[in-house]
Design a protein around this ligand. Structure first.
Ligand code: GDP
Length: 298
């Protein structure tokens, strides 16, 4: 709770603080709703979610005869919760062994860091983990993963140079031989506009399915919250190429754009498995809509 609240300080300042400034001693009226609309847009809720929230708020204002700032804030919190609650779908490891999780995203979104955090998260649940260093474009990414693996006693399957699909294929076979529970497969960062790289990651996915016809069991897209509305285009493009089954939104600390979750929920909903609220190993949390809203408003 407290950690999340601290992490979300800037989005809270944008939405919750913006709200407090708006009210002062004013009464609720159309002008106030209009200013609130700007506040939500600045927090990257996006036009669609913002319009929905304002309409919802206007309806509640009239229906419930809201008068105080507290009442309006609670109504806004409820409206936001209503929008983002469907994103709350925890990642359950099914019965597949190994359970293969493919991780994709643009460079710098936080893939490698999130893999380290996820490895720790699954280990804490008593699961064995193996990492596949599928980012074969950046030697630094491979080294980052290997260092992390050594420090935490997690096997990392890597190759110098080579082909991402081959590394991940080998990693899945190694995991099967060792009866490992979870494979976390890193991939190189790429932009949706780099079509040949999007084709390449589609091939990685197909090769995973060759190594294990039931896999991948989860395709996680890692999004940096700071990109705001661009997140929507990324979700759509990666979904088309590899069939995204879950999202990780990182760097929600230090951004005022936390409203992007509302935009995602309205325009390209995917289960939001985890949120990143800091660089520390424990700063990746399963997404809880109510906690998120409370951290913004309380
Ligand atoms: P990759 O290129 O997608 O593998 O990105 P990295 O995992 O290397 O992360 C890029 C930078 O973002 C690193 O400096 C990470 O420490 C930082 N980072 C990742 N997740 C978070 C987060 O949730 N909060 C903050 N503040 N930084 C993060």
């Amino acid at each position: 709770g407290e950690r999340l609240k601290a992490g979300l300080a800037r989005t809270r300042q944008q939405i919750g603080g913006g709200l407090a400034n708006l009210f002062g001693l004013r009464k609720i009226d159309e002008d106030l709703l209009e200013e609130l609309e700007s506040t939500l847009l600045m927090a990257d809720c996006g036009v669609d979610a913002t319009q929905y929230l304002i309409d919802d708020l206007r309806m509640r204002w009239k229906r419930d005869r809201l008068e105080t700032a507290d009442q309006l804030q609670k109504a806004l919190a409820d409206g936001l919760h209503g929008i983002i609650a469907p994103l709350e779908q925890a990642l359950e490891l099914g019965s597949h062994q190994p359970f293969i999780i493919m991780i994709a995203g643009v460079n710098g979104s936080g893939k490698t860091t999130s893999i380290g955090k996820l490895a720790k998260y699954f280990q804490a649940q008593g699961k064995s983990v193996l990492l596949a260093a599928g980012d074969t474009f950046r030697a630094a990414a491979r080294e980052q993963l290997m260092t992390w693996g050594e420090r935490n006693n997690v096997t990392v399957v890597a190759q110098e140079g080579g082909d991402a699909a081959a590394v991940i294929f080998d990693a899945i076979n190694a995991a099967r031989a060792r009866r490992i529970d979870v494979v976390l497969a890193d991939t190189a960062g790429r932009l949706p506009t780099q079509l040949h790289l999007m084709e390449e990651i589609a091939k990685v996915r197909r090769v995973i399915a060759k190594a294990d016809p039931s896999g991948p069991h989860e395709v996680l897209l890692v999004l940096d919250a700071n990109i705001g509305q661009n997140a929507l285009a990324q979700v759509k493009a990666f979904d088309k190429a590899i069939g995204v089954t879950g999202l990780v939104v990182t760097k929600l600390d230090g951004t005022a754009k936390g409203g992007v979750l509302a935009a995602i929920a309205r325009q390209c909903p995917k289960p939001l498995r985890f949120i990143g609220v800091g660089e520390g190993i424990d700063d990746l949390q399963p997404f809880k809509a109510r906690e998120f809203v409370d951290a913004l408003f309380e």
